[in-house]
Write a new protein. Structure first.
Length: 114
């Protein structure tokens, strides 16, 4: 039987069965490796009040909010897009992030030209 994607829509690899999570919108049970995971900071205060407090020098804490979405809800709400058949075969490359404070070194250039 032909398959639409090499991974069959999952990031499981050869791990076997994976546990289920509940979609944050519709409540459907989705395998954890198939669900779309969105992690965002959640602000406790409204933005106007937070801006004022930051100008005064206050430190405002945030909590991290993680939500899981089934594929149909993620497409409907614009979190992921349906790609063309040729585009699906190309794995998008992620930019590797450097640790904070580490800069790319410039190549050493001699002043003598040697």
């Amino acid at each position: 039987m032909p398959v639409k994607r090499k991974s069959r829509g999952r990031s499981k690899g050869g791990k076997g069965r994976s546990d289920y999570v509940q979609c944050s919108i519709c409540g459907q049970l989705v395998p954890r490796d198939k669900a779309k995971k969105i992690t965002r900071p959640k602000w406790i205060l409204d933005p106007a009040l937070a801006r004022e407090l930051r100008q005064k020098g206050a430190w405002i804490s945030t909590s991290v909010e993680t939500k899981y979405y089934c594929i149909s809800c993620a497409v409907h709400h614009g979190l992921v897009r349906i790609r063309a058949e040729e585009e699906r075969k190309v794995v998008p490359r992620r930019r590797r992030s450097r640790p904070y404070g580490v800069r790319r070194r410039k190549p050493y250039v001699s002043l003598l030209g040697v």
